[in-house]
Write a protein that binds this ligand. Structure first.
Ligand code: AMP
Ligand code: ZN
Ligand code: FE
Ligand code: FE
Length: 270
């Protein structure tokens, strides 16, 4: 069987549906040999995940997806292979937790003004782990009949720039890269295919990234492979699997080979 590793997945520790244990069992069932769990702004899934990955014989590489700001545009950074006990990383996760608490509050306030009240208790009731964000808010908006679909919730109200959107105090891309490097990790530009067309790309590409997610979900494009090659950056790949909340995205629909897995994860966890 061909070696295949999905390096971009979410669990119930952020806005995915499956617990880390369920995700690993599902990965095994799908025939994946390698996996990285890249929850938004948290690595809390790993204590559970390492144990289960060992039992199942799946290669697990440490990962996280940090939300950042680059010159006013939102950008996600995939952090890989860092030291999870590094204090700066732990502080960054904690600061993101606080940022999200403020920001969720601001979004709920705007929704209340638009006659779509959601209480903070309802939001916490919907959260399945440490990181709470707009997908949880969107789910509640559907349940309460404010919108028909999660997609509508984003497009009409809580998507970037829409009437009930709030940014909160963002974290800078350069700081996030520095912290990942201080923790001996690697910083990758996540899903470049999804970046705003207005974002100053040539400036972004001058930053000291280690790699770029060339093989993203169903959106692989040659241009990102050429950029990675010209910069001698690593090329990562994964599905961005979230489970039944995003049913169109299949686990393992994109990924990397064994050689790439071990180039990215010099300290694979299992
Ligand atoms: P947050 O982390 O709270 O900023 O929420 C961002 C997450 O919401 C992304 O990582 C996606 O998983 C999800 N998301 C963003 N835009 C949309 C959209 N238009 N439809 C559905 N989900 C989205
Ligand atoms: Zn997500
Ligand atoms: Fe993302
Ligand atoms: Fe993601």
């Amino acid at each position: 069987m061909m070696y295949w590793a999905d390096l971009h997945t979410h669990t119930s520790c952020s806005d995915g549906i499956m617990t880390p244990t369920e995700l690993l069992y599902f990965a095994k069932e799908k025939g994946l040999q390698g996996l990285s769990i890249t929850d938004h702004d948290t690595i809390e899934g790993y204590s559970e995940a390492i144990k289960v990955a060992k039992e199942l014989g799946i290669h697990l590489g440490l990962g996280v997806e940090f939300s950042c700001d680059f010159q006013g545009y939102s950008l996600h950074i995939l952090g890989y292979d860092f030291d999870p006990s590094n204090e700066e990383i732990q502080q960054l996760c904690q600061r993101h937790y606080e940022r999200r608490a403020h920001r969720n509050h601001a979004i709920l306030e705007k929704l209340r003004h638009h006659k779509m009240p959601i209480t903070i208790e309802e939001l916490h009731g919907k959260a399945r782990g440490k990181t709470i964000g707009r997908p949880h808010i969107a789910e509640i908006m559907v349940e309460k009949g404010y919108v028909k679909t999660v997609r509508d919730a984003f497009h009409l109200y809580i998507g970037e720039g829409e009437v009930c959107y709030a940014e909160g105090v963002p974290f800078q891309v350069t700081d996030t890269i520095d912290i990942l490097h201080a923790a001996k990790g690697k910083a990758f530009i996540a899903h470049p295919q999804l970046l705003s067309k207005q974002l100053p790309m040539s400036e972004l590409l001058r930053l000291p990234f280690d790699g770029i997610e060339c093989f993203y979900s169903r959106l692989t494009k040659k241009i990102w492979i050429e950029i990675a090659e010209s910069k001698k950056w690593l090329m990562s790949g994964g599905s961005d699997f979230h489970g039944s909340i995003k049913p169109a995205i299949e686990l393992g629909c994109n990924g990397v080979t064994q050689e790439t897995f071990y180039r990215i994860f010099e300290h694979s966890l299992t």
